[in-house]
Design a binder for this molecule. Structure first.
Ligand code: GAR
Length: 226
């Protein structure tokens, strides 16, 4: 069976890209990474793509007078490589309606928060400063608007008392890698589709129980004095 020709768009480190590559390198994967594109030529993820022997390219947004022309170059490059599906993996450019429409339901993104909470930048700082008890990540189809669109999967993790934005980011990142691999795998297998702007699954396991933070399952209070 032909594998889903997928591009990964990056701007930096590329750890989510690597998770997608590793997913596609599984022997029975229904997706393949046909191309990696970065919008900056100093993205560390580019050397990672090279190490994995992938096709990669730089389309520097600063070479273009406006967003539309940059995105037209992106689409042309994607089409030249026969790309059918696009994953944004730390790609830090806002996309116009024209690009989002061109890749409608063929464009997904990962974001390090439980959307719609904390779109944009500094998600971990904001979550800690609000003293919220859970953080997490979201993979979603891309619509116009920063970090918006139908949600495919989310993973929640507790924010720990001593968490800093850095410690939290690194625990969320581990979950990002699993979520993104899952999303691409299920999409490539044809198990996910969008109906009325909601993501539907063919066969999916859902957790039946909640998790509390702080843990409410053990009673640590001193009951002897009452
Ligand atoms: C990831 O945490 C990703 O969720 C985030 O950028 C980081 C990229 O890391 N993306 C966004 O914030 C998108 N709004 P990576 O280059 O190692 O994958």
């Amino acid at each position: 069976m032909a594998r889903l020709r997928t591009a990964v768009l990056i701007s930096g480190r590329g750890s989510n890209m690597q998770a997608l590559i590793e997913e596609c390198n599984r022997s029975n994967s229904a997706a393949e990474i046909a191309l990696v594109i970065s919008n900056t030529n100093d993205a560390p993820g580019l050397s990672l793509a090279a190490e994995f022997g992938l096709n990669y390219d730089v389309i520097d947004h600063t070479d273009f007078p406006n967003r539309e022309q940059f995105e037209e170059a992106l689409t042309n490059r994607l089409m030249l490589s026969g790309v059918e599906f696009v994953c944004l993996a730390g790609f830090m450019r806002i996309l116009t309606k024209k690009f989002v429409d061109r890749w409608y339901n063929k464009l997904i993104n990962i974001h390090p928060s439980l959307l719609p909470a904390y779109p944009g930048l500094y998600t971990h700082e904001r979550a800690i400063s609000d003293d919220t008890k859970f953080a997490g990540c979201t993979v979603h189809y891309v619509r116009v608007g920063v970090d918006s669109g139908p949600i495919i999967i989310q993973t929640a993790i507790p924010i720990l008392v001593n968490d800093t934005p850095e410690t939290l980011a690194s625990r969320v990142l581990e979950e990002e890698h699993k979520c993104y691999a899952f999303a691409l795998r299920e999409i490539a297998l044809g198990n996910i589709y969008v109906e009325d702007e909601k993501v539907q699954f063919n066969g999916v396991l859902q957790p039946q129980r909640g998790v509390a933070n702080p843990d409410s399952s053990t009673n640590t209070s001193d009951e002897t004095g009452t």
